[in-house]
Design a protein around this ligand. Structure first.
Ligand code: DGI
Ligand code: FE
Ligand code: FE
Length: 201
């Protein structure tokens, strides 16, 4: 158990709040991410409770429209890049971390960072950040991504979690390139970093 102020009652209240805050399908997705994150925490030896809390909250800012996210970030002195301004949905991760702290009472910086970096990933991710990033991609209601069966299997059978990260980041970048979406430098540099790390190991 972590030394922070989380107990079962607190965790149940977060589920209640997310059920009210999010669209039904998004709430089901978040419950799925929380469950898979907890399972991966058991496998990779991370705090199960923290993984569950980061999972249930990771999309807590998903109900905001792009322009509302930009507006809220400006209002609350959250720095936004030009790329984020042009792709406002990316800010649901950054603003989500802000809400997790200010509105939902999360103090643990690792949980806040797992929410903050769940969409793009980044270089040098913590184990908890990796677990939430992977869970977001593989939770049970996801079905569209290519190679999902193989990635799900590796997530639970690999002894190297970075291998799973590289598969997901690679597929995401291929998908974004094929759909003519632009790719954030954070997404690209995270992929390059973990791909290089894999080769050098
Ligand atoms: O919020 P979710 O839908 O559960 O998942 P998410 O926060 O991981 O967002 C997924 C989307 O984000 C997916 O369609 C890929 C996209 N994404 C990730 N990195 C980038 C990106 N989109 C753009 N345009 N650029 C990126 O660098
Ligand atoms: Fe998200
Ligand atoms: Fe998500």
């Amino acid at each position: 158990m972590s030394s922070y102020n989380y107990d079962d009652k607190f965790m149940y209240s977060l589920y209640d709040k997310m059920e009210k805050q999010l669209k039904h399908h998004r709430y089901i997705h978040s419950v799925g991410v929380a469950g898979i994150a907890a399972a991966l925490a058991m496998k990779y030896d991370e705090d199960v409770f923290k993984a569950q809390i980061a999972g249930i909250l990771h999309d807590c800012a998903k109900s905001y429209k792009d322009d509302e996210l930009i507006e809220q970030c400006i209002k609350n002195d959250i720095e936004i890049t030009g790329f984020e301004k042009a792709n406002g949905f990316l800010l649901h991760a950054k603003y989500g971390a802000y809400l997790a702290e200010k509105k939902y009472g999360i103090e643990d910086p690792d949980i806040l960072n797992a929410i903050r970096w769940h969409t793009t990933g980044r270089q040098n991710m913590s184990l908890l950040e990796k677990i939430v990033f992977i869970s977001d991609y593989i939770e049970p209601t996801r079905s569209k991504a290519s190679d999902l069966d193989r990635i799900r299997s590796r997530a639970f059978n690999s002894d190297n979690i970075d291998e799973v990260l590289v598969m997901i980041m690679g597929d995401t970048i291929r998908y974004l390139s094929s759909s003519e979406n632009s790719i954030d430098i954070t997404t690209m540099s995270a992929y390059e970093y973990y791909k290089r790390k894999q080769i050098n190991e």
